[in-house]
Write a protein that binds this ligand. Structure first.
Ligand code: GDP
Length: 339
């Protein structure tokens, strides 16, 4: 999240792209509304930083549509669409109105987040160190550049303080939890990207042991509702936990009433290397979390983005599910009314 032009899209390109451009995609897949980074890829890219730190997560799913309608719609009592957010700040522009807006939204939702202090390469005199860990990159800079960086960092820390938040460079931050971590990055030359990836993985491993455990119960959030030629109205969802199957009976929140329907197809994008085959999708009989998926089914025209999708099991009480689904709608409506 962050202000327009802070570099959100470019950062994602950079996270996705480095190895792909060099012809070693390392299994990164650009999914529907998200990018999946497998552990193997993260391992390679964080090699210099990691020493002997263990990577236990299978990978990271980065949801790449900042300011998604669904994020604003998410119910405050903790839908788990995202576990940690990255707030992108342009070091040359410091905190801007939308940065503060995003900051408040994240705080309101109690979402964990870190700050990517982006565009460090635009500091006057910056010597590029392609894809280097930040500490290594800053060591290569002249004293003047280091001073400029420290000055800008101090200004930004003060701005965060004005918003009631203590911040610190992530590698100096001894009070994670109390104090927000800042990871300096460049989306153009890649400095700090290994740091950002390693931070996300280590944070997940430290704080989310239980959440990272795979469970059978489906947890799934609707990201977007889209009409796709040849498929009719489809929903793009993030499957956070559990498994979806073709033919599953699902209940989704609709504008007027709950939508009860059957999964006709589970679709994902082609892996990156094959992205030439635009407009076609891979079909799956079943899909396990975490993934972003396009679902086709009948009657999805009035589905509401930002709400949960439920799968009906053989012993489930349909009325209870319908009620629970529509509670999402009530909270979306009350938020719209408030704003
Ligand atoms: P978004 O609106 O937050 O998605 O911002 P974009 O990713 O579209 O970036 C806005 C502009 O800033 C583009 O012209 C990018 O090329 C440029 N940009 C983004 N990140 C960096 C960076 O780290 N360094 C430099 N020099 N330019 C950047």
């Amino acid at each position: 999240m962050g202000h327009v032009d802070a570099g959100k899209t470019k950062l994602l390109d950079c996270i996705r792209g480095t190895n792909v451009q060099e012809g070693e995609a390392g299994g990164i897949t650009q999914q529907i509304g998200a990018t999946y980074l497998p552990a193997e890829n993260i391992r390679e890219r964080t090699m210099e930083l990691r020493a002997d730190a263990q990577l236990n997560v299978p990978g990271v799913l980065v949801i790449d549509t900042p300011g998604h309608e669904s994020f604003t719609n998410l119910r405050s009592r903790g839908s788990s669409l995202c576990d940690i957010a990255i707030l992108v700040v342009d070091i040359t522009h410091r905190l801007q109105p939308q940065t503060i807006e995003s900051l408040n939204l994240l705080r309101m939702r109690n979402t964990e987040f870190i700050v990517a202090l982006n565009k460090v390469d635009r500091i006057s005199g910056w010597k590029k160190c392609k894809n280097a860990p930040f500490v290594k990159a800053i060591r290569q800079q002249t004293e003047d550049v280091k001073d400029l960086f420290n000055m800008k960092l101090a200004e930004i820390k003060t701005q965060f303080q004005d918003q009631g938040l203590n911040t610190e460079l992530y590698y100096k931050n001894k009070e994670k939890g109390e104090c927000l971590s800042i990871v300096p990055t460049s989306a153009i030359s890649g400095e700090g990207i290994p740091d950002l990836l390693l931070f996300l993985v280590q944070w997940a491993q430290k704080t989310m042991v239980e959440k990272l455990t795979y469970v059978d119960k489906v947890q799934c959030t609707v990201l977007e509702v889209k009409v796709i030629e040849g498929h009719g109205t489809t929903i793009d969802v993030v499957l956070v936990n559990g498994e979806l199957h073709e033919g599953d009976q699902i209940v989704v929140c609709g504008l007027q009433e709950p939508i009860v329907t059957t999964v006709r197809a589970l679709l994902t994008s082609h892996p990156m290397k094959e992205s030439r085959v635009k407009g076609t999708y891979l079909h799956h009989k079943k899909i396990k979390a975490a993934q972003s998926i396009k679902i086709t089914a009948q009657g999805l025209e009035h589905a509401v983005a930002g709400t949960c999708l439920h799968v009906v099991g053989p012993d489930d009480d349909m009325d209870a599910i319908k009620n629970s689904v529509m509670e999402d709608m009530e909270s979306v409506m009350s938020r719209i009314e408030k704003s």
